[in-house]
Design a protein around this ligand. Structure first.
Ligand code: MG
Length: 405
């Protein structure tokens, strides 16, 4: 009987935003790892693990994943918070890693085996103008990516009025770009008009709204994009306004992907069971790990939705690997968001998933198949970088009102 002996949090990446949980057992050399990274609040996640979850976990049978998940889920009494779920997610994935190692099988084999040869991914194309964007999309299509996300500029690109164009109050807060719903509703359909003219009807394209719009604008955008046959429209509503998906569904057939900011089943369950979205886009670690995500997979298959687990620049290779095992084994897989890392970061995670020609490949090692080289992970840390403030999107409307990401 394998028991948990120790739980350890390892912080890495240049600015220390990656947190890898190592669950160590009483069997010689047997441990598992999971991702508990939180870009904005790594210290809080580590506190939850060290102070609450680890003491409740140590001494338990590592094989009892479901029982452990259900037990730890309500350890804090209040549940489904972003911080507590991330802490639980790291532990849960580490326990699946241990189970795979004990069984001598990759985790996706424990989930029923592969449904596909590799994991198709979507890339992130961007450009300051539509011509530059079209060139970037072509580059990714040539590389082999089956789907490409199209953004004007960087995070939350599009919909910004330049200094001269925005009507501001006399005591305006700052003179930067102002986010404007109506401008967004003009720019993005125009962008796709140009892209379809340039690239033709075949490429599978998506767009990410980053939850910026007012609900009625989200309905209008979904309708206006309908002629451009998107693969999906991503996060068109903020999590507080998901009931508006009913309005969107009644008015157009643009496929909807949602859930980057979701942490609670109260958010994804109604959208999937009422058939209001087509792709669920939660981050594996933010739901509480592989255990709840496997239940999301079952829900998606039953109600005709598909998975598109969230990745993105702040995610780590361990969370990506956890998603890849789900991607391989889920029949209702839709697409995987791409992520890639610096060479020295890959070096610190031997056995990481390989991204080649727009597809992720997982080797046949037992467990997750990925490990952490703690010395190399420690060497990635840069104390100066860790001390600098972390990026937080703070877009505002012309009158100064902050826009929710
Ligand atoms: Mg997104």
């Amino acid at each position: 009987m394998t028991k948990v002996r120790e739980v350890k949090c390892i912080r890495t990446r240049r600015n220390g935003i990656w947190t890898i949980v190592k669950v160590i057992t009483d069997q010689p050399g047997l441990y598992g790892i999971g991702s508990a990274s939180d870009y904005h609040n790594p210290e809080a996640v580590i506190k939850v693990i060290d102070n609450v979850l680890a003491p409740a976990l140590i001494g338990r049978e590592a094989a009892q994943i479901e029982n452990i998940w259900q037990t730890l889920y309500s350890t804090c009494y209040w549940r489904n918070g972003a911080i507590t779920n991330t802490a639980l997610g790291g532990i849960d994935v580490a326990l699946w890693d241990i189970k795979g190692k004990e069984a001598g099988l990759p985790v996706y084999q424990l989930f029923g085996g592969a449904c596909r040869a590799a994991v198709p991914c979507y890339a992130h194309a961007s450009g300051s103008d539509t011509q530059a964007l079209a060139d970037d999309i072509r580059r990714y299509l040539d590389e082999g990516f089956p789907v490409v996300r199209c953004q004007r500029g960087g995070y939350g690109g599009g919909g910004f009025l330049s200094t001269g164009k925005a009507t501001r109050p006399a005591n305006a807060w700052g003179d930067g770009l102002a986010f404007d719903d109506e401008e967004y509703l003009r720019q993005i359909p125009e962008m796709f008009e140009h892209l379809r003219g340039e690239l033709g009807p075949e490429p599978k394209l998506t767009h990410d709204v980053h939850e910026h719009l007012r609900p009625q604008s989200a309905v209008t955008l979904s309708k206006r994009l309908e002629p451009y046959d998107l693969f999906f429209l991503e996060d068109v509503l903020p999590p507080e306004q998901i009931a508006w998906f009913r309005e969107i569904r009644q008015q157009c057939a643009t496929p909807q992907a949602m859930g980057e900011l979701f942490v609670s089943p109260h958010e994804w369950v109604p959208l999937i069971t009422e058939r209001l979205i087509d792709y669920i886009r939660v981050r594996v670690s933010k739901t509480g790990g592989l255990t709840p995500c496997r239940k999301i997979v079952g829900l998606c298959e039953t109600f005709g939705a598909h998975t598109a687990w969230q990745e993105g620049g702040d995610n780590d290779p361990v969370n990506q690997m956890a998603a890849a095992h789900l991607d391989l084994s889920s029949w209702c897989f839709g697409i995987q968001e791409e992520n890639h890392f610096a060479p020295e970061e890959y070096d610190a995670f031997p056995g990481h998933a390989r991204l080649e020609g727009g597809h992720l490949y997982v080797d046949e090692r037992p467990g997750l198949g990925i490990d952490i080289d703690e010395e190399k992970a420690a060497a990635l840390l840069d104390p100066d970088s860790a001390a600098t403030p972390r990026f937080t999107a703070e877009d505002r409307r012309a009158d100064g009102t902050v826009v929710r990401p």
